[in-house]
Design a protein around this ligand. Structure first.
Ligand code: ADP
Ligand code: MG
Length: 648
């Protein structure tokens, strides 16, 4: 039998290698930026079109290449950075595998212009799908420029696999930031579709971080510094109060290379233990310097995962260092997230005197007066116990109910009250039946009491429709038993439908702010905000300015308070971070969900009677009251028979 094994042609081998090295436009950005850094550039410019799908260009003023190197660099395993296997453990450069350019050239149209500083003329090379199309002597500036066009032109499956421009741009920005943060001494600019996204002058680390993440970053940073025998750590962590809901700003650099490490990340979060609110993540920018021979970078083609010799020691040092910094900057002790809301006096009560509770007594009360009275009495006592404020004397009003016993229809003016209840249960047939009966029942009591005592206010406070349990559930009695409502989920449903509905209105009302609100965001967040600007305006936001790093808000939707604005927008950006739906109704849905999520009352919030009533009423005014916008059950009903069974 003839032998079947043969060596793959270079262009096929390169394409295979490209599968590992080049996953998306951002991978090309990373490789080209790193090459520019390795070439000793002091100024690097990144130009991108359509999130890199059309063009990625990196122009540097580094050492450049001569004619031969300009051709050689596209060969596989062609590198100037190492020559011996041992060099792998003395790496000072970002690259060393010599496969990035070969891979990129295998799957794109690449143009290279390069000139060494000492040379008179430079070189211009065009290569497409690993094939050199032309190479000429050319008049070009010192340094190197790579243009990569039509990425994956010859691998349609990969091209189709690319995400929306917005998602790909996010990845490109991520890679740009990683390189820019690692090399503060190099000036970087980044232009996307003709507009400048970043312009970062050479500066110290702190300034670089601030330039990348926007104006307000400076006040968030706490410096970190430690030198030991095995590692030197410097950088910053953000104060715990600035912890984000997204994991966005977390950076480890090892010997100037961005790396990912779940283990070291854990060390940082461990240092923050007890200082962060649930669901928030600390931001950090940590630069670790280790002896080159104590790490192995060659364990992953993209070189973002590395192996450390003594990981456990690093963990301990890192954790202790950050703990120390947080403590030293007095961040730790002043924070107290366990604050009991109950101890806060609401603003409107500040300075007012407390009023002693009074008790009304009916001297003529006779508990044995009638059967109905005693039933009502029992009901009333039962519900007051549930409320935790049982007052036996209240029964006087309940008792009096029994005397008038008039029919509902004779009090039409009160009907609107029960009308609210009727609409509560639209769409739920058996619940509707229950509540209608319950409404009549309530109607009965209410009107009669009113007619006897002529005192609506007393009657209203005593007549409670619902009770809050564990600051979590609202319990409301109905004819056939009771309903138990999850306050947070119910409120989410109400808000969600409100916002979805508000998008059908051309322009929602907005409340003018006395003092416009300035909020600062990262370049990417600003990009996202611009993408949903129309929706925000439609909701009632008014913007005075949307620049590269901040927005100035002069008006907000009436349904949002000023203090909620920054939280709502942060949550919204967080929810849209991975993708902004291109379909308008999907976008409206996403925004409404996000707002419902951030604005809904939290579990653990005390609700006044009025608030409970509002939730109950509004929930059953919703088109789909049964579930929250996230598909969770909002309420359950418990029939008397079920309760009876428990007592058997
Ligand atoms: P590696 O970076 O692993 O060496 P690459 O394929 O990225 O492999 O690059 C191959 C070689 O091309 C590099 O070793 C370097 O000598 C040269 N090169 C690449 N980019 C530049 C640049 N911007 N300026 C100067 N030389 C470059
Ligand atoms: Mg390289």
């Amino acid at each position: 039998m003839s032998s079947v094994i043969r060596l793959l042609p270079d262009h096929v081998a390169n394409q295979i290698a490209a599968g590992e090295v080049v996953q998306r436009p951002a991978s090309v950005v990373k490789e080209l930026l790193e090459n520019a850094v390795d070439a000793g550039a002091t100024s690097v410019k990144l130009v991108v079109k359509d999130a890199g799908k059309t063009l990625i260009q990196v122009i540097d003023n580094g050492k450049g290449m001569n004619e031969i190197d300009a051709r050689m660099c596209f060969e596989r395993h062609a590198t100037s950075k190492i020559s011996l296997a041992e060099d792998l453990f003395q790496l000072q450069t970002k690259g060393f595998r010599g496969e990035a350019l070969a891979s990129i050239a295998a799957i794109a149209h690449v143009e290279l212009k390069s000139k060494e500083h000492t040379a008179e003329l430079g070189t211009h090379v065009i290569i497409e799908g690993s094939k050199i199309i032309s190479q000429e002597v050319a008049v070009v500036p010192d340094g190197t420029s790579f243009s990569v066009k039509n990425l994956f032109f010859n691998i349609p499956a990969r091209r189709n696999f690319l995400k929306s421009d917005q998602v790909e741009l996010r990845h490109v920005i991520d890679e740009f930031e990683r390189v820019a943060l690692a090399h503060n001494n190099i000036q970087f600019t980044f232009i996307h579709n003709g507009s400048e996204m970043f312009n970062l002058p050479a500066s110290n680390y702190r300034q670089r971080i601030v330039n990348v993440f926007g104006g307000k970053t400076n006040e968030k940073l706490v410096p970190v510094q430690e030198t030991t025998e095995i590692i030197e750590i410097h950088g910053f962590v953000a104060k715990p109060e600035y912890a984000k809901k997204s994991r966005g700003e977390q950076f480890f650099f090892v010997n100037d290379r961005f790396i990912k490490s779940g283990y070291l990340h854990h060390a940082v979060t461990a240092a923050f233990e007890g200082l962060l609110k649930d669901g928030t993540h600390p931001s950090y920018f940590l630069y670790l310097t280790l002896p080159a021979n104590s790490i192995d970078i060659n364990i992953h083609p993209t070189k973002t995962e590395i192996k450390f010799d003594d990981e456990q020691a690093l963990y301990a040092i890192l954790r202790a260092t950050i703990k120390h910094s947080l403590g030293q900057f007095n961040v730790a002790p002043v924070l107290d997230f366990q604050k009991d809301e109950g101890l806060d006096v609401p603003y409107s009560y500040e300075g007012t005197k407390s009023v002693e509770p009074t008790v009304e007594v009916d001297a003529f009360f006779n508990p044995f007066e009638s059967m109905k009275a005693s039933t009502n009495l029992a009901n009333q006592i039962g519900s007051n116990i549930l409320r935790g404020d049982f007052n036996p004397f209240e029964s006087v009003k309940t008792k009096s109910n029994s005397f008038s016993g008039g029919s509902n229809t004779s009090y039409p003016e009160k009907k609107h009250k029960s009308g609210g209840w009727e609409t509560l249960y639209e769409g739920i047939s058996d619940a509707k039946e229950m509540i209608l009966t319950s409404a009549n029942h309530q109607f009965d009591e209410e009107v009669i009491t009113g007619s006897l005592f002529d005192d609506d206010s007393v009657q209203a406070t005593n007549h409670q429709q619902s009770y809050q349990v564990q600051k979590k559930y609202i319990i409301s009695p109905i004819k056939s038993g009771m309903i138990i409502i999850d306050q947070r989920r119910a409120h989410q449903r109400i808000l969600y439908e409100h916002y979805v509905q508000s998008f059908t209105v051309k322009q929602n009302a907005s409340q003018q702010l006395l003092f416009p609100l300035s909020l600062y965001y990262t370049v990417y967040e600003m990009e996202l905000l611009r993408g949903i600007e129309q929706e925000l305006i439609q909701m009632g936001f008014l913007f005075d300015e949307i620049s590269n790093e901040r927005i100035i808000i002069s008006g907000i939707p009436v349904s949002i308070t000023e203090s909620e604005v920054s939280i709502v927008l942060e949550d919204l950006l967080n929810d849209l971070q991975d993708s902004v739906p291109s379909d308008v109704s999907a976008l409206h849905d996403r925004i409404s969900k996000s707002l419902a999520q951030s604005l809904a009352v939290k579990t653990g919030t005390y609700l006044t009677d009025k608030e409970q009533e509002n939730i109950v009423n509004s929930l059953f005014g919703c088109a789909n009251p049964q579930t929250s916008p996230f598909g969770k059950t909002t309420f359950i009903t418990m029939k008397v028979e079920d309760i009876d069974k428990k007592f058997m």
